[in-house]
Design a protein around this ligand. Sequence first.
Ligand code: P1T
Length: 383
Amino acid sequence: MTDSRGSDQGFSTRAIHVGQEPDPRTGAVIVPIYQTSTFAQPAVGQHLGYEYARTGNPTRTALQECLASLEGTEAAVCFASGLAAEDAVIRLLTPGDHIVCANDVYGGTWRQLDQVHRRFGIESTPVDMTDLDAVAAAFRPTTRYLWAETPSNPLLKILDLAALAQLAHERGAWLVADNTFATPYLQQPTALGADIIIHSTTKYLGGHSDVVGGAVCTDAATASDLAFLQNAVGAVPGPFDNFLTLRGIKTLGVRMDRHVVNAMRIAEVLEADPRVEAVHYPGLPSDPGHDLAKRQMTGAGGMVSFRPTGGAETAARVCQGTELFFLAESLGGVESLIEVPGIMTHASVAGTPLEVPDDLVRLSVGIEDVDDLLADLDRALAG
Ligand code: P1T
């Protein structure tokens, strides 16, 4: 290890070790769940590094150090959910500032931009970020962030992070990259020029559908501003949530390898199925994002979306017809999930420029045996 973040070590070594040295008092090899709201202080005005658990907690510190190492940033700051992390990043701006965001971001992200921050004077313009001319045209003198999500939710579009970073930097703005779908195992936005990386740790990082959380990975100065907000606003994750997320991260590499293999096989089978009209998966050579994904990712991820022949009614029927794929919102867990984004995760974008096709089915492909998953989908498509 050459520095405190073990930057010369491999990804999975860092996932298992950074920030997670054995407990110096007991030798416990797993970071304890510091389930305490406050910390006794040896004298007035002196403390042992922690005062009050909203301000700081050792389990949270371990998670933050590990995440910073995995994303290759100077620091990371954790929040109670992905949306709380996004809220903190937007609170770094001031009224009058402007955001250009991708036109198929997560529905909750758009809801927050459009229905919360707009009321406080921060406007957002959605654009098709695969079209760099359209992105350039959407800039205003007040534009501070380009807000990208790649692969996007739910259409799995691939955005050119290096080109977007250059475009933003030439105009004095920052690139914010939501890396939830790819994870740092498959994509490193910092290396491509992103200034701020957002995660819903609820998803692949946690990996077991048992915790909600969020994180921002960035430079030390910005992280310090975010840590101020973490304390001043207070949307912090609890110690047990931090513990679960850290435990999930230890196996991120092996899980992602399996998610990618399973998703690729399912995308190929769906593409060849006459009961399916279109498949969105950047691993497919036919996908418009394929070449770019090959350049900027080391695997195409575990999310697949498709449009069954027969429209919205068939989409709903397919989602209700699976047994192994649970009909549920969220993604990134070891178990497979299926949903109709237009009615479920992205219902809040109905009637907005971010509307998603109502016959789109989204799969979060888990790490079960892929033949069982294929049989499940086949039965559901057959009705
Ligand atoms: O759910 P939360 O932890 O607050 O994270 C919000 C969020 C942020 N960014 C992306 C790309 C996301 O997908 C999400 C949450 N998404 C879902 C719950 C979903 O089913 O798509």
